[in-house]
Structure formats: C-alpha cells, structure tokens
Design a protein around this ligand. Structure first.
Ligand code: CTP
Length: 401
C-alpha cells in the first residue's frame, strides 16, 4: 500500500529521533518516496546527513537555503508534494505548537501549509504523555483529523518505565499502510480477476494453450490494489510474480480449474473481471501418460469448456459489476458489443490484434471500453499499467455509484 506514496517525514527533538532513520528506511522498503523535514532540536539527536543519505534527498530544516544569497525554501511546495505528513517523533512541545497553529519553525510552517493528512507519532516521558495538557492537545489534534499513532510502553530514556516511547518503525509503517488502505476509494471492496491463458492437456506432457502473457490481468490487479480493493487473482500458467498486496492468489492450469475457482469466489465480490484467455475447447479424452510418437492421433477430438464470464453475467446481483475482454482480429466493435449482450456483462474491453502494440505478450495495449448503457470510451496506445488505470477509472463511476 505504500507503493509510490509520497511521505514527508517530520522529525522533532526527541531521543527517539534515532529511530526515524530506521523508519525512513522501512517506509522506502515498502515502496514509499520519503522526504525529510527536521526541527532544529532534532538535529541535536541525528544528523541531516544521515537522513539525506538514506532518502537520497536533501533534508529541510530552515526557511533560508543560503542566507548570503537570500534564497529560501518553499514550505508550501513541500506541503503540496506530500500524500501524508508524518511527524515521528512528535514531542510534547511540537504537539502543543501544532494545536496553537504556531509557524515559528520550518517544520511547523510546513504543518500549517500542508493540504495532505497529518499524522503524529508522539514520543516523550510517561508523565509528560499522561499530563492533561498533552492529552488535551492530542484530542484537539484528533478532532482536527490528525492521525495519532499511540506511543508504546517500555523503558524510557529517563530511566522510568511506562507509556511514551515512540512506536517501533515497523509498527508505524504498518499503521501507515492500514491508514492508506482505509482511506483508499475501494477500501473494503472485493475484486475477482482471472488472468493468463489456460492449458488443456492432450496427454501427460502436451497441452493446447495460447499466447496470453497475463500482463493485462496482473496490471489490473495492481491498479485495483492501489485503490485499496481486496483483490482475488486467479491465474493460469504465466511467468509473472503475484502482485504485492494481493488478498488471495490462486494458480490454475485448465479452464475447468479456473471456472471452479472463479465460481467459488464470485459471491460477495463487488467486481469480477474476466481478463483470462480461457481455452474455448479441450481434448475430450486426454491421456494421463505421455503418448509416444506412433500413438499420436491424426486428429484430436475437442469439447467446449465452460464460459466463466457468461456464468458470472447470468448469476450476478444488481450490485455486482462484471467486466469482460474481447481480443479480436477483425470486426472488433461488433464482436465486443455482441459479447457484452451475450455474456450479460456490464463492460467489455476491446483490443484488436490489428493495432500495432496491442494484444498478447506486448507491454502496451490500445483499448475501447463498451458499456451496457451504450456508452463507449476509446483510449490511445499506452503501457498495460496505464491501460489498467484507465479501465479502473472508468469502472469506478459505476462501482461507487
Ligand atoms: N471467457 C471466459 N471463459 C471462457 C471463455 C471466455 O470467461 N471459457 C471470457 C474471457 O476472459 C473474456 C471474454 O470471455 O473476458 C471473451 O473471450 P473470447 O475468447 O473473446 O470470447 P468467446 O466467447 O470465446 O468468443 P469467440 O471465441 O467466439 O470470439
């Protein structure tokens, strides 16, 4: 969930500031881009050089960049850049200044100008933490929508033992992940996706398959995960790793396995996307051992497989959205519209092999989305990741209505 998230890490003057280096590393390890703002007091505990080296970006602590040349640092830009401003550690003094709306340090000026959500991870001695002034400050900040990451209990720098230690970097990163997930537009929605080809056995070593790489279905899974959905991905045999953060990943071989897995998970899903290139037919009598050269039949008898998309379309409730794909070589629009109707889908995404850079195996795609209500949306040739975003954005209007 922290993939590509821009986190502005504010560090204030507490001994826990040494843990902020580990926190910056942990947030980056989970995919976030981290920039650091430090108060002057924080610099007594940990050097800006440490944080600049870890994050690969200069650290901000002063309004002016070069006093002789009169250049200044734009605190407003930093506030606008961030998806979240996380102040960890946040001292009792910082909490109080935030409540007052003070802007007398660079970090506090960023706090006042940030449009993104603000989160604090307090760190202080236990009596400072339980003091009514601190507790009132925390509840005022909470009422203003500031996220509070509760301190943890244990030995404190003062020698006392109790609640006040800044939460461990891993716990803060977990908290941030959950928070981004809960704030995401598709939080709590279940999305079922089929992807990749299926392999239909002829014998123990041979199969009928197709050239699907699974890239489009996997890119869609990632786009839905980014928006906070619980994604269930059912994949045929492909050379791709399961997307990070996938809720459930099921690997299957045959059309029948894919059908069984897809139908067992359909109930309770908000969206179901059939991105797989399912074999339309399978050998009627596959051999369970390898056939030798002389035994190979001159013709292989085939029987139809079950259509997953059509079964979803038939069984869906009014609140479920069903999406299919149509990969066509010719008559694209007519075929896509006929599939929309025949399979009772809500959307069909058309791509034509006639378009250069579109279709199986490529990293790009050019699509047109047809809706049940007759609307259609045409998009340019793009990377499959960008195409997935276009599809998800088009679906969002219906999912969230
Ligand atoms: N599909 C499916 N299960 C199948 C066959 C297809 O879920 N057994 C889905 C695909 O995932 C895709 C859509 O149906 O979303 C259209 O697939 P396509 O192969 O183009 O459709 P067919 O019904 O096989 O039509 P045709 O081969 O005649 O073009």
């Amino acid at each position: 969930m922290l993939e590509n998230k821009r986190i502005l890490l504010g560090i204030t003057g507490s001994i826990a500031a040494y843990k902020s280096a580990l926190l910056a590393r942990e947030l980056q390890r989970r995919g976030a881009e981290v920039r650091v703002v430090m108060s002057q007091a924080a610099i007594d505990f940990i050097t800006p050089l440490t944080l600049a080296t870890l994050t690969g970006h200069r650290v901000y602590s002063d309004f002016t960049e070069n006093k002789d040349q009169g250049t200044w640092t734009n605190h407003v830009d930093l506030g606008l850049w961030a998806d979240a401003f996380l102040i960890a550690p946040a001292t009792a003094q910082t909490l109080s200044s935030m409540v007052q709306g003070s802007g007398d340090s660079f970090l506090l000026a960023v706090h006042l100008s940030s449009r993104c959500p603000v989160i604090v991870a307090p760190a202080m001695d236990l009596d400072m933490f339980t003091h009514p002034a601190t507790q009132e400050n925390l509840s005022t900040l909470a009422q203003r929508g500031v996220g509070i990451i509760e301190p943890e209990s244990g030995p404190l720098a003062s020698g006392l033992d109790g609640k006040g230690r800044m939460a461990e970097p891993e716990h803060i990163a977990d908290w941030m992940e959950k928070w981004f997930r809960d704030a995401a537009p598709l939080s709590g929605r279940r999305v079922l996706i089929t992807a990749g080809p299926t392999h239909e056995p002829i014998d123990a070593v041979r199969f009928i398959g197709n050239r699907s790489s699974g890239k489009m279905g996997y890119a869609l899974a990632e786009a839905f995960i980014q928006l906070g959905a619980d994604v269930l991905l059912i994949s045929g045999p492909v050379q791709l790793n399961p997307p990070a953060g996938v809720h459930e990943f099921v690997k299957v071989e045959t059309a029948q396995d894919m059908y069984d897995a897809a139908m067992a998970r359909f109930e309770g899903c908000d969206v179901a996307v059939a991105a797989a290139a399912v074999a339309d037919a399978r050998p009627t009598t596959p051999s369970d051992r390898k056939l030798h050269k002389g035994e190979l039949p001159a013709a292989i008898a085939l029987e139809p497989t079950l259509d997953i998309l059509a079964a979803w379309g038939k069984n869906k409730t009014p609140t479920q959205t069903v999406v299919g794909f149509a990969l066509e070589t010719d008559n694209g629009e007519a075929s896509a519209k006929s599939k929309l109707e025949r399979k009772q889908a809500d959307f069909i995404v058309l791509n034509t092999t006639a378009d250069e850079g579109a279709g199986f195996g490529t990293d790009t795609n050019r699509i047109t989305i047809f809706e049940k209500n007759g609307d259609s949306h045409k998009f340019e040739l793009k990377s499959k990741a960008k195409v997935a975003e276009d599809i998800v954005t088009t679906l969002l209007k219906r999912i969230l209505s």
